[in-house]
Structures are given as structure tokens and as C-alpha cells.
Design a protein around this ligand. Sequence first.
Ligand SMILES: Nc1nc2c(c(=O)[nH]1)N[C@H]1C(S)=C(S)[C@@H](COP(=O)(O)OP(=O)(O)OC[C@H]3O[C@@H](n4cnc5c(=O)[nH]c(N)nc54)[C@H](O)[C@@H]3O)O[C@H]1N2
Ligand SMILES: Nc1nc2c(c(=O)[nH]1)N[C@H]1C(S)=C(S)[C@@H](COP(=O)(O)OP(=O)(O)OC[C@H]3O[C@@H](n4cnc5c(=O)[nH]c(N)nc54)[C@H](O)[C@@H]3O)O[C@H]1N2
Ligand SMILES: [Mo]
Length: 692
Amino acid sequence: MPEISTSPTDTLVRAACPHDCPDTCALLVTVKDGVAISVRGDPDHPTTHGALCAKVSRYTERTYHPDRLLQPLKRTGPKGSGQFARVSWDAALSDIAARLQTIAARDPQAILPYSYGGTLGFVQSESMAARFFHKLGASLLDRTICSTAGEAGLNAVIGGKLGLDVEQFEHSRLIVIWGSNSITSNLHFWTYAQRAKRAGAKLVCIDPWRNDTAEKCHTHLQLRPGTDAALAYALMHELITHDWLDHDYIAQYTVGFDALRERALQWPPERAAQVCGVTAEQIRQLARDYGTLAPAAIRMNYGLQRVRGGANAVRAIACLPTLVGAWRHDAGGLLMSSSNHFKVNTNALERPDLLGGRTPRTLNMVTIGDDLLRASSPGFGPKIEAVIVYNSNPLAVAPEGDKVRRGFARDDLFTVVLDHFQTDTADYADYILPATTQLEHLDVHKAYGHRYWMANNAAIAPLGESKPNTEIFRLLAAHMGFTDPCFAESDTQIAAQAIAPDPRNGGITWEQLQARGWAKLPGAAAPFAHGGFPTPSGKCEFWSQREQDAARDPLPDVLLPYESAASAPELAARYPLAMLSPPARNFLNSSFVNVDSLRKLEGEPLLLLHPQDAETRGIADGQMVRAFNDRGTTLTRARISARTRPGQVVALGIWWRKLSPGGTNANQLTHQRLTDLGSGPCFYDCLVEVSA
Ligand SMILES: Nc1nc2c(c(=O)[nH]1)N[C@H]1C(S)=C(S)[C@@H](COP(=O)(O)OP(=O)(O)OC[C@H]3O[C@@H](n4cnc5c(=O)[nH]c(N)nc54)[C@H](O)[C@@H]3O)O[C@H]1N2
Ligand SMILES: Nc1nc2c(c(=O)[nH]1)N[C@H]1C(S)=C(S)[C@@H](COP(=O)(O)OP(=O)(O)OC[C@H]3O[C@@H](n4cnc5c(=O)[nH]c(N)nc54)[C@H](O)[C@@H]3O)O[C@H]1N2
Ligand SMILES: [Mo]
């Protein structure tokens, strides 16, 4: 049973934070007379340790927000006008099913699901929804918008999204925070880093702007965006030339050291310093620390892989812990994601067998802007005629926002949006269907920043007429006449399927998890203390046969951004400023932007501009400015700050377009080109100009 303690009036329900964040916190929800009155962190859950971020501690404010969607809505005005009228569930579902059937009769691939990380729960993300689209034969979606470049980089070298246990960082003596603003995006890791700091560890941050985390580290290497692979190679150069290497570990557990060595020796610190825009001495000092302080741990995050060479940068960095033998220590090695420590029964959840031998095309979610504007063609397949959006807000989060908006504005596109709120995307829907929040539905979660399976029990009944995503797709399946037994499964049955019976999960079952709230995976803290890398060779692959076979560089490569002064000088002459648009502390991607108290903390869309760049443009602090390039323009307030580099601006996001002064956000300026490996987005590989 979900209730863990009762008083005459209050019930405490065990829940889990659903958001796309490494921390996946254990929550305790206090319910009084059927109303959730507070959400707090579980003090007994080790990584949550009773503390929540500002966003989720206000989760009730989001759930009971006056703008919550509580009934199905049908569009009454032009697309984008936001005009809708209430309809019954039955009328909405009957009409949606009829429209989808008509399109599917021509070609079901003209229908596209579009979803990402609104909730990371296995039940409310790709379970019933995936079954529905598989049965239909709709286009498949490649869910690339966040982390696939980094994943490809890790896979090439260490064989998967595995790393040291976050709880061990407090015992590290050197912590390198690489491409991450941990205080914003990974607060519970920061607790361990602070403990280590108090115990005498050195903290280094590698990031193009002096973010809140860099402010609190001992050292900050403020490199140019997209130059991390050059830095990693210069570090290897120093490790090799000073012989700060673990020769025994290298001999036993690696492939291709001689080739890597040869490449690294081409990168003396002076060369990398030119590329990265830092000093050779800074690089030497970091190499000395990394080579001599043990255990040394790297907390890499996804910030550094949203550039053209993102996957290769992750590959280069992933070589470092192996070279110094850091993996031997519980508190050494690196952590980018802990996802593959878990074994999820994806086939049971998503039922790809329902495709019945059909092989629909796959569309990349990053290029939704271009794809919605494409006609049918032999290479592309059928024009997209319908999009079903759930757990995502593409109008705000996808790159080259004007194309995304124009695509969703097509009169001949049929769009259904499932959400809690009338987002930028929902404004373009034909039907908006009200979904439940984490307090109103059941779910099961793994984490990508720790090693606990987590249960989420429903604390309250669905508000208004809202329904869980699963129930919406169950009903839609029934309206389409899908009779496979899997469409009748309950959320509890689905949750139980998620945890595969696999040694990686120990004996953890859904029943135990639901009662206790969370359970830690078995397995050693140090995954590679004795090698055992899940690569084809079973070793850490500095040199990759797989990459060689794919006619790519078998060693990590240094690839400069698509858009930078060094790699695209003509473009940089017109648009000289590199724009970063990383997460804001009080938002979670575009979620929470409409929660008044949190939006007040962020204020308004801001653009950090270096004093030199402000001066040459005659821009004063607090002035409204235009940031623009060939793809579009966005209005924002200038904040003059030496925390960014000269030639670099920072726009924290992701703002809702309609809550921004010019009705656009930073993604009006970003492009749809893809990373070197993993087909990911290049949000932080973007040149702009700014004018008063
Ligand atoms: N409060 C809050 N928390 C979040 C999120 C949020 O929106 N708000 N988003 C969540 C999501 S979806 C994710 S994926 C995770 C991870 O979140 P990430 O998106 O990885 O975000 P950050 O950890 O803030 O890392 C971004 C940092 O990378 C830096 N960066 C940009 N380009 C480069 C580069 O080329 N090299 C290097 N070294 N650094 C670079 C940025 O300046 C920024 O400080 O966090 C999650 N947590
Ligand atoms: N410029 C720029 N763009 C970026 C990034 C950046 O750093 N800079 N970050 C990128 C990254 S890392 C990511 S992960 C993506 C994130 O992109 P998305 O995954 O689209 O994230 P959100 O913007 O939070 O939108 C999630 C939506 O799902 C809804 N939702 C939440 N729970 C449920 C539910 O149970 N049911 C339904 N039906 N809806 C629900 C929320 O209300 C919200 O509107 O954005 C990317 N875009
Ligand atoms: Mo993300």
C-alpha cells in the first residue's frame, strides 16, 4: 500500500520526482482530505537526503495551478491563436481516432509521435503510447534531443552509460566538473562535492562561462565552447610526458594505447591553449592535479556534447580515468550517466512486436522543424499529416524555432497535444487532452545520476477530467479498434514489467519497491576496478574497431564547432558572438516557466554579455536588445557580466515563447545540424549578433 503512515487527517504517500534530471528524488507527499498539501524530500533516501530543489518543493503549486488543463479542448480559432472550446472525452477521442484512421489507411507513417522528458517514468512515457504507435505502424521517433551524442561517445570507449556511484564523490580528492552547472542541474551531486571539498578535495570546473558552480570551485577553466577534445588531448599529453600513467591498468584493460599516445603527443598544452582560449599553464596545472591526486573523479554532464564534436569530446575525456587507473578506486573514474546500471524490460513496455514485421521510417526529433515543412519524396517518405505530442513542448525546446512554429501552423497538419498546461505547442493543436501530474498517477523510475529504482504512488485523484497518458492511449486504442490484450493492462501491471528479472537489478520487484519507495541496485561502487568494460573487446577502447569499420576515426577526434570564429570565419564576421543557452536554475527545460513564483525568481529572458562586447555595441546594462542571426531574432534584456567570455553570450532557458517579450526564445537562433555521432542537437554551437 502506498500509505506509509496515517494520522486521523493526514496521509504520507511515497512518490518520486518525474523530471528529466539526474537526481530523481524520493518524495514524501502529505495528503489531507484528498488534497496534496506538501511535497518534501525523503530524509531516509541517501541521495535525496531530505532536500528538494526550489522547483519540486513547489510541486503542489504546479499541480493545483489555476491554468491546469482540466477538460479536453478543441480548437476554435486559427492555429497559434490559443482559442479552444471544451469538448467531451468521447467526442474528442472519436474524432481523433477517425482522423488517424483516415490517414493510416493511406500510410500510417504520415503519423508521428513526438515525446521526450516531461516525465521519465516508464509507465507514463513510452509504454501504452509506444504500443499504440507500434500497432498503428506510425513513424518511429529517434529521441535524440538531449544526450545521444554523449551516449555514443561513452559507448565507443567504455561500452555504456556506466560510471562511479555518485555517493562516492565525497571520498574523491580531485573532482573535475566538466560541462555541467551542477548547482543548477544536479544539486544532489553538489552535496557530495561539497563534503569532499570540506575534507580537502580540490574542485575544478570546465565551462565556457562562470556559472554558479564554477564560482564555488577552486579552479575554473573557461574554455571556448566545443573545444573540450583539444583540452582532453593536452591533458593526455601531459600525463604521458610526465609518466603519470597506470601502466599495469593500461596493459591489462585497454586497446590501442600506442595509437592514442601518438595522437596525444601532437597536442602539447600550447597548441590546445590556442584552440581552447585558456593558458598552457592552466592546462599543465590541471594535468598535474589529475595525474597526482587520487582518487580523481570526473563529473561530466551533457552540456559539453551539444556541439558538432560533442561525441568525440566525450570519447576523449572518457580515456582519462583509464590512463591514470582512476577506475581502481571507488571514488575515482567518471560519471556521466548511470542509466545502464539498470536493466529495463523495454520490449515488454513498448511491444515492438506489434509492428508485425513492418519497418516504419525513423525521424529525428531534432529536425522536426525541417521535417514538418517537407513534402512527400522517395527519400523522406510521406509528408507528415498528423503529430501526437506528449511529455514534450517542441515549440519551445526544438532548434530553429521559427521552422518548428511554421510547421505546426500548417493548416493541413492534424495535431493532438497531451499536457498539463496550454504550452506554446498546445496553442497549435487541434485537440488538447488534459494529462495527470505525478501526484495523480502511478509510475516507476530508474535514475541517470544515482543507482536506485524508485516508485511513484498516486497521492491524489486526477484533477478535473484529466487522465494519465496511459489511460488516454488505452482509450484511443479502443476507439481505433485495437484489441490486443496489452491494451487492457493496468498501470500497476506495466510498472511490474519495467524491472527486468536480471542480475543487474538484483531481486528488486515492483511490489517491494511500491511499499518501500526505493531500492538500490546491487553491484560494486567501482564498475571497472578489474576491467570488465562492456565493449566488444571487453576492454577500454582508446582505439575503436567499430569506428574504424564505420569509416570514421578510430581514435577520438578533435572537431571544431560548425559555427565559431576558427571554423567559420565568414559567418563569424557577420555573427561574431557564440551563444550558449543552458538550463536556468528555477526551470526544468520549459517546464515550470508558467509557475509564477519560479518565473519571478528568474525574472525575464536575460542575455549575459561581456563588458567589452557591450561597450563596442553601445549596450547598457538592463537595456532591451535583439539577438539575431540568419535564422531569426529574439528580444531579451542585456545583463553585462564578466562571468561570460568576450565574444560569448549566455541566454538561460528555456523560456516559453509566449511568456517572452518578443514571442520567441533562444531556440529561434539555434540550428538543426547534428552532432558527429549519435545524431544529437547542437544547441551550444551557434553564432549570433546582438544590437540595441
Ligand atoms: N534546474 C534545472 N535542472 C536541470 C535542467 C534544467 O533545465 N533546469 N535540465 C535537466 C536536463 S534535461 C539535463 S540533460 C541535465 C543535464 O543538464 P545539462 O543540460 O548538461 O545542463 P548543465 O549541467 O547546466 O550543463 C550545461 C553547462 O555546460 C556548459 N557548456 C556549454 N557548452 C559547453 C562546451 O562546449 N564545453 C563545456 N565544457 N561546457 C559547455 C554550459 O555553459 C553550462 O554551464 O540537467 C537536468 N537538470
Ligand atoms: N536552446 C536550448 N534548447 C534545449 C536545451 C538547451 O539547453 N538549450 N536543452 C535540451 C534538452 S537537454 C532537453 S532534455 C529538451 C527537453 O525538452 P522536453 O522534454 O520537451 O521538456 P519540457 O520543455 O520540460 O517539456 C515537457 C512537457 O511535458 C509536459 N508533461 C510533464 N509530465 C507529463 C505527463 O505526465 N503527461 C503529459 N502528457 N505531459 C507531461 C510538461 O508539462 C511540459 O510541457 O530540451 C532541449 N532544448
Ligand atoms: Mo536533457
